[in-house]
Design a protein around this ligand. Structure first.
Ligand SMILES: [Zn+2]
Length: 393
């Protein structure tokens, strides 16, 4: 029989096939009456929005839908969502979709509470003003319920959102305590329609979160432990989720591993994400795919500082050796098994803007600051050029 798990760490989490059915009772319990659903056209076409909408309306809720979220949401796209939000007073926002939808919903709730929220709580600015997340000014942010339909970003369980500036196309990480979801529903039924290539790319995004968090130099043993278990779950279940799209056990384990990654990366991310953010803003490529391609090149560039931390990772992967080369071999084989391209050139990214990409990556303090080595813009450029050419040195 199917089991719905209930966890309260650090957000309430309902996990299991059919977990979406627990959403209405949760809203009833919380007394939510006016509800904004934030989603995108793709999810709407799959029918997930209409069934959720019908259930909420049948229970007497006043429901508004914003279904215009774009992939890699921009500040303009967020402004459009805020306009819909402002049409009615809202008790809660339900975000139903992939990472772009979850991030857009967070940004909408932040801007609704503070019209200058995207600038005020841009990571690069906010941590100069406030020493810790708990010292950020309190805001009346509308509660968020997160229902991910991909297993990758972990946005459902993080305080961060990535929004692209519509003017200069630079991705900005925003953060605020109030963006942590009130509740998360991890329902593998909602992910079975995800095509194999997106299942693979989003899954390797989650793997990258765990690996970058594990290798972050910050001291956070709780996150390190979660990262190791997340790596193990992904190694076991991602190939199955790609090969057998309706395998609900694999799909659920991927959703769980993806959410766990957001807990792991409280310890920080690293150079893979610094470069992926720079490239994603510039070329509008899929975040997970960029990470999946970049991962081995950044691991190799970090070799001098991570080589002696690799053994526990290799142990959970069941590898026969304990060196970084053993881990790199596994990453390359795993990527190949998932049909991930080896170079950025294979997805149409050329080397011409190398210097600019290097500068943007080095300036992305949300990720670059916790890379094991503080790479300069020139060093990021060199890694980028290797990843374009597919040369692992
Ligand atoms: Zn990511």
């Amino acid at each position: 029989m199917n089991t719905i798990n209930y966890w309260n760490y650090p957000t309430e989490i309902y996990s299991g096939s059919g977990a979406i059915a627990e959403l209405l009772p949760f809203c009833q319990l919380q007394g939510y009456q006016h509800i904004l659903i934030v989603t995108d056209q793709g999810i709407t076409k799959l029918g997930h929005v209409s069934s959720l909408y019908a259930a909420l309306v049948a229970a007497g809720k006043v429901v508004t839908v914003f279904d215009q979220v774009e992939s890699n949401p921009s500040t303009d796209n967020v402004a459009l969502g805020v306009k819909t939000y402002a049409e009615h007073p809202q008790d809660v926002i339900i975000a139903l979709g992939g990472g772009s939808v979850l991030d857009a919903a967070k940004a909408i709730s932040l801007v609704a509470a503070d019209p200058n929220g995207l600038e005020n709580f841009d990571w690069n600015v906010a941590f100069h003003r406030y020493p810790t997340l708990s010292s950020f000014p309190k805001l009346a942010i509308t509660p968020l319920i997160m229902v991910p339909t991909t297993a990758g970003t972990g946005s459902e369980l993080s305080r961060e959102a990535v929004i692209t500036n519509a003017v200069d196309h630079v991705k900005h990480v925003i953060t605020h305590q109030g963006l942590l979801a009130k509740a998360v529903f991890l329902d593998p039924d909602l992910t079975v329609a995800l095509p194999a290539h997106l299942t693979a790319a989003t899954g390797v995004d989650a793997l990258t979160h765990h690996l970058e968090a594990y290798f972050s130099p910050l001291n956070h043993p709780m996150s390190s432990g979660i990262a190791l278990e997340g790596i193990r779950l992904i190694a076991q279940h991602l190939p199955l989720a790609v090969a057998e799209p309706t395998n609900l056990v694999a799909r659920e384990n991927m959703l769980v591993a993806s959410a766990m990654a957001a807990v792991a990366f409280q310890k920080g991310l690293g150079g893979v994400h610094a470069l992926a953010h720079a490239l994603g803003g510039r070329y509008k490529k899929h975040h997970g795919l960029l990470n999946a391609i970049l991962l081995p090149y950044v691991l190799k560039a970090n070799a001098a500082t991570i080589a002696d931390k690799v053994a526990p990772v290799n142990a959970v992967l069941g590898l026969s050796g304990s060196t970084l080369d053993h881990l790199l071999d596994w990453v390359l084989t795993f990527r190949q098994q998932l049909s991930i391209p080896h170079s950025l050139a294979e997805i149409g990214i050329e080397s011409v803007e190398g210097a600019l990409i290097g500068q943007h990556a080095a300036a992305d303090t949300s990720s670059a600051d916790t890379n094991p080595i503080a790479f300069t813009a020139e060093e990021y450029e060199a890694i980028f050029l290797h990843a374009v050419a597919g040369v692992l040195v």
